[in-house]
Design a protein around this ligand. Sequence first.
Ligand code: NAP
Length: 249
Amino acid sequence: MILDGKTALVTGGSRGIGRQVCLRLAAMGAMTGINYVSNSSAAEQTLAEIEQSGGRGFLAPFDVSDSAAVQDAVKKITAAYESIDILVNNAGITRDGLMARMKDEDWDQVLDTNLKSAFICSKAAMKGMMKKRWGRIINMTSVIGFLGNAGQVNYAAAKAGMVGLTKSMARELASRNVTVNCIAPGYIITDMTSELPGDIQEAIKAQIPLGTLGKPEDVAAAAAFLASPESGYVTGQTLHVNGGMYMGN
Ligand SMILES: NC(=O)c1ccc[n+]([C@@H]2O[C@H](COP(=O)([O-])OP(=O)(O)OC[C@H]3O[C@@H](n4cnc5c(N)ncnc54)[C@H](OP(=O)(O)O)[C@@H]3O)[C@@H](O)[C@H]2O)c1
């Protein structure tokens, strides 16, 4: 239980990748906060699964793009559990459409939920980490931030922005022994990708050397490493979990 005594907060922990990250960090011994914005039954299910396997967790409902709500939630979590030692900025949405027809609000919503959120949540949580001289911040980017994708200018911009944010934060926080890294999943089977038509899924598989879409557990394994004490000399990096579909950095 290498995360015994640590508190983790996973944004968007109710479903998909975030749920598996919660289960994994809790299995490693962390008291794990499950953030979500609206789907309380999914979040309760995540908590139930954690508790059934002997782990400990709590629900933390708030909108990650709402600065006041984030500050309030972090204050309450810190009061209850002393500090947030591990923050996984995972919450994300898509509002796809070709740029010529994309509404400003689709741009704003995706940038606010997928990128500004990481700034707000990290800023609120990092004070405690800096004080304790230990912390892990993990930002969920995407292969799309590296490749680009027609119909996703908003999403690709937010995810590419996450990489610059991560590298700069890593430089700012290194002297306090707080590491900041990205995970860049490829195509992972979750609610976000289940809407893709079958022929598109087949076309995507054809671009993946390992030949299948990934599972949330594949991404959770990367988060487990980056959250662990063993990753202490890794900062400012992106760990790609994509079946080989993109091999650059
Ligand atoms: N699936 C993929 O193939 C893939 C690939 C690359 C990167 N990613 C990234 O991985 C992350 C997780 O993706 P996923 O596929 O697991 O997504 P998902 O299944 O659609 O789940 C999204 C999660 O984010 C939460 N959320 C959305 N807006 C929020 C807000 N304003 N405040 C707080 N929580 C909010 C949702 O909460 P509710 O349950 O309350 O709605 C839910 O827990 C995202 O950042 C995504 O961009 C996914």
